[in-house]
Design a protein around this ligand. Structure first.
Ligand code: PLP
Length: 417
């Protein structure tokens, strides 16, 4: 989003026009930004074989999935529904990796039927595969126990994490793989989100390289994600060029040393879509209390829960008053619970009716939205090459009744004596 002739625009389209045309609350995604991020990532690595699997839980609108397909990405899916959405969007089963956690064998069976690759994250499942599907190639998710990540909720590599098979259990894993003759085509790690330190990542990568030596059938190593994007203008983001250089060097050296012709794989979500997204909401009320000026908007954590759930910072801009004097506001939602989007934010003077834009709304925003307080889900719009497209309709009241079953309970007869 940038100022063009004094108006905030996404590509060349004034944000105010989008708010008028589609109404608020509204999610807007800049498809060209997604493409830019994808290409930045691909260009950062210099290896013979690279695969970027989009972690689609970040944003599964089928138009985003189709865009990823067009760009050449694969898919990292965490549920059978994500697999089916990806197939619907045109992905081949072999382009999809299913990386589940704590699922039953019913979901594993479903994924096998759908023909996708499967990433195994516990030993029981490994044995299950060895016994029932000795011919299927698999990937093993390893937990290297590297403490990384922006906060504990999103850090999944630590010792208490429920994810992956512990690096300390690898002797057992190898015994099972060898005795059941399981073909391990991939090994995988995903240490958590928001990795700021390239060296921490490379340290964990070394642990995976060491494990890679034990699997003769190996075709790829998947280093997961953790690529951080900017949430504020002065934020640090993962230095993808620097990381790509160092990682490629390590990877190529490993392939050369071991004589393996491997694919280097990653599965970013946030990196590809976070910055492409904008959430538009309207200011309803300005309320001055003893110590605070509250700006109340026509949304809440039912639409964007990251600020409340993760303490995530989303920059907030008043696009209706680009020249206005900045004042301090605490931006809150209309949910009957505390739902603060931002405390004491410097925002250009607000009046009711002004449109606020929340940045970094592409990843984990719409996907985590709910109907809490019986509020409707917003519409989604995609902008590509200067044109805007509605890619999901706003919900309407009848959507709230879908699947509800009205029963006529027998009324108890109360007889007056
Ligand atoms: C969520 C997830 C990702 C994506 O993480 P981002 O921080 O959005 O890049 C990648 N891999 C796995 C297994 C995940 O669960």
């Amino acid at each position: 989003m940038e100022l063009i002739n004094g108006q905030y625009c996404i590509q060349d389209i004034p944000v105010i026009e989008l708010a008028k045309k589609y109404e608020t609350p509204l999610f807007v995604y800049d498809a060209n930004k997604i493409e830019e991020q994808y290409k930045k990532m691909v260009n950062a690595f210099d290896v013979p074989k690279l695969k970027i699997n989009y972690a689609c839980k970040a944003l599964t609108n089928i138009n985003v999935l189709k865009l990823m397909k067009e760009l050449g990405a694969g898919i990292d899916a965490v549920s059978p529904e994500e697999i089916k959405l990806s197939l619907h969007a045109g992905f081949e089963p072999e382009e999809i990796v299913f990386t589940p956690n704590s699922v039953g064998t019913d979901e594993i069976e479903e994924a096998i039927k759908l023909g996708v690759k499967i990433n195994i994250d516990n030993i029981e499942l490994l044995e299950y595969f060895g016994h029932h599907y000795p011919d299927l190639k698999i990937c093993i998710r390893i937990n290297p126990h590297v403490m990384a990540g922006g906060n504990r909720k999103i850090s999944v590599g630590h010792i208490d994490s429920k994810f992956g098979i512990s690096i300390h259990q690898m002797p057992l894993v190898l015994r099972i793989v060898e005795s059941l003759e399981i073909q391990v085509e991939g090994i995988h790690m995903h240490t958590g989100s928001d990795i700021l330190d390239v060296d921490v990542f490379l340290y964990a990568a070394d642990i995976l390289f060491n494990q890679a030596r034990n699997f003769p059938d190996l075709e790829y190593i998947d280093f997961g994600s953790g690529f951080k994007v900017k949430y504020k203008s002065d934020d640090i983001e993962t230095d993808i060029v620097q990381f790509g250089k160092q990682m490629s060097k390590k990877f190529n050296a490993f392939c050369k040393e071991t004589g393996k012709d491997l694919t280097l794989a990653f599965e970013p979500g946030k990196y590809l879509v976070s910055e492409s997204g904008y959430f538009l909401a309207r200011t309803n009320t300005i309320k001055q209390t003893t110590s605070t000026v509250f700006a109340g908007i026509n949304s809440g954590f039912n639409h964007m829960i990251r600020p409340m759930f993760y303490n995530a910072y989303h920059e907030i801009i008043n696009v209706s008053n680009p020249e206005g004097v900045p004042k301090l506001y605490t931006v809150v939602g209309y949910i009957c619970e505390t739902d603060t989007f931002g405390y004491n934010r410097k925002i250009n003077t607000l009046t009711p009716g002004d449109i606020l834009v929340f940045k970094n709304a592409g990843a984990y925003c719409y996907m985590m939205a709910s109907n809490y307080n019986s509020r409707l889900l917003p519409a989604e719009v995609m902008i590509r090459d200067g044109k805007d497209y509605l890619i999901r309709k706003r919900q309407n009241f009848t959507d709230l009744l879908v699947n509800q079953v009205e029963v006529n309970l027998p009324v108890e007869q109360v007889t007056a004596e």
